[in-house]
Design a protein around this ligand. Structure first.
Ligand SMILES: Cc1ncc(COP(=O)(O)O)c(C=O)c1O
Length: 454
């Protein structure tokens, strides 16, 4: 047997992860707790993390591009976040009552994001998009929601189609057809299709969009489309929801809406907003958010919408979120992460040129995506970022190629997120960049020798 296949090298380095994965298969469906962590034959088990690095149970060290699924713009264990959480831990983790930190957290959000006139905390981004849709339906009295193919908004029933499959909006397993029927799916970035869709439906309560494009810019979106969407939704009384679960406090301290200078009606936030702990929020126009307020709803002759959540604004997440957002407000954290990502994209494209591989590294702000070009299109990174290719092109992949790439990078001490690519942080360094580029080149060579590339 060839001792140097990527798979052999991976297995040789990760015996303890393999053992734990075998146990996991008996305990956890698919052996994982999140679909993005599915990796054949198994993923690494992480023992600790610090800054931009993490270590697995076999003592291998990795440059980390999972970045807490995008939550860790400041890197693992930023001292200010750790101190805030530690201090709060001593004071209690759940009061089952109002507390001052939830006010400071909401104020900090509103200071960074002026469209956040009111804030309702939830525990995850999925809960935030669910609540935003409910708010929009209650406020408008309409039922349908417009969404864009490829865009991800969490895993609840209303948004379970059309981000990775079922692009026609048909229900994924377990989802009621009646729920899926209320979702209208339009192609992203196509103003004519948007106008036609809106003309065909007069019962749309809200449009929800990832403002930087599907999956943190995997399918980049022309800002002109967002301006058109803002105009079209305003004209029809449709609630515009920016899903800034990833882009919030990452594109810039005010999120994508701050950079683009577009004011959505509602915004969903998670990840960075809670400083690396579980936490999320729906924020936006007071009159819409007041559908949650019993007094305001009654004054309008309406029943308020219901919303609970045991861990909403729990004090630990609030403490972490305030600490993280204060750093983002007062430093160049967002710019640093974006500059690193740009340098990294350039370095990866240099490697692709040297190795004569027709892939592309692209992305915007603090993100990078590796397009593995299964159809061998004559593609260049700036053409992707200039919206030349649509979601069907950019989401196409050969799973075995992505798996080989991810395993090969792990073998060389780099963990990519599953896109493949990753969010970057303000603590990634030149050393991380160099190691990533070297790992990429070594992986490509191995992939060539195994026929995955070329
Ligand atoms: C844009 C977007 N919306 C919603 C979600 C769902 O957030 P959560 O995983 O916290 O439920 C995600 C998660 O990655 C996301 O990227």
């Amino acid at each position: 047997m060839n001792q140097h296949t990527i798979l052999d090298l991976y297995r040789a380095r990760t015996p303890r992860s393999a053992e734990l994965a075998a146990t996991a298969r008996e305990l956890l469906p698919g052996g994982v707790v999140h679909d993005a962590r599915l990796l054949e034959p198994y993923g690494i088990y992480v023992a600790r993390a610090q800054g931009a690095r993490k270590w697995d149970v076999d003592h291998n060290e990795y440059v980390d591009y999972s970045g807490g699924h995008g939550a860790l713009l400041l890197g693992h264990n930023h001292p200010a976040v750790v101190a805030a959480v530690r201090q709060q831990l001593e004071r209690g983790t759940h009061y089952g009552a109002c507390h001052e930190l939830e006010l400071r957290w909401a104020e900090t959000i509103r200071h960074l994001m002026p469209a956040a006139e009111r804030v309702r905390f939830t525990s995850s981004g999925t809960e935030a998009t669910l609540l935003a849709l409910r708010l929009a339906r209650a406020a408008t009295g309409r039922t349908k929601i417009l969404r864009f193919a490829g865009h991800f908004h969490g895993w609840h029933d209303h948004v379970a189609s059309a981000y990775g499959s079922h692009f026609d909006g048909s229900p994924t397993p377990g989802v009621l057809p009646a729920v899926a029927e209320q979702m209208v799916v339009a192609p992203p970035g196509d103003v004519a299709a948007l106008e036609a869709t809106l003309a065909a439906h007069d019962d749309i309560a809200a449009a929800i969009v990832e403002p930087t494009g599907a999956s943190w810019g995997q399918v980049p979106l022309d800002p002109e489309f967002l301006f058109a969407l803002r105009r079209a939704t305003s004209a029809r009384g449709i609630v515009l929801i920016f899903d800034e679960v990833i882009s919030g406090f990452r594109c810039g301290p005010g999120g994508a809406q701050g950079v683009l200078d577009i004011r959505p009606d509602l915004t969903t936030l998670a990840k960075i907003v809670a400083g690396g702990l579980p936490g999320a929020a729906v924020v936006g126009r007071a009159d819409l958010m007041d559908e949650l307020d019993p007094v305001a709803a009654k004054a309008r002759g309406r029943e308020k919408i219901s919303h609970h959540g045991t861990f909403n604004a729990n004090p630990l997440s609030a403490a972490a979120g305030i600490a993280a957002l204060e750093i983002i407000a007062t430093t160049d954290a967002c710019d640093r992460a974006s500059e690193f990502a740009e340098q990294l994209r350039n370095a990866l494209n240099d490697v692709l040129a040297i190795e004569k591989v027709d892939w592309s590294a692209y992305g915007t702000f603090s993100g990078f995506h590796i397009f593995t070009n299964p159809e061998h299109l004559p593609i260049r990174p700036h053409e992707i970022d200039a919206w030349r290719y649509d979601y069907k092109v950019l989401k196409a992949r050969r799973p075995e190629v992505i798996t080989a790439l991810r395993l090969g990078m792990l073998v060389h001490g780099v963990e990519l997120f599953s896109w493949p690519g990753g969010p970057t942080s303000m603590v990634h360094t030149d050393r991380d960049l160099q190691q990533t580029a070297e790992a990429f080149q070594a992986t490509l060579k191995l992939m060539k020798s195994e026929g995955f590339v070329g």
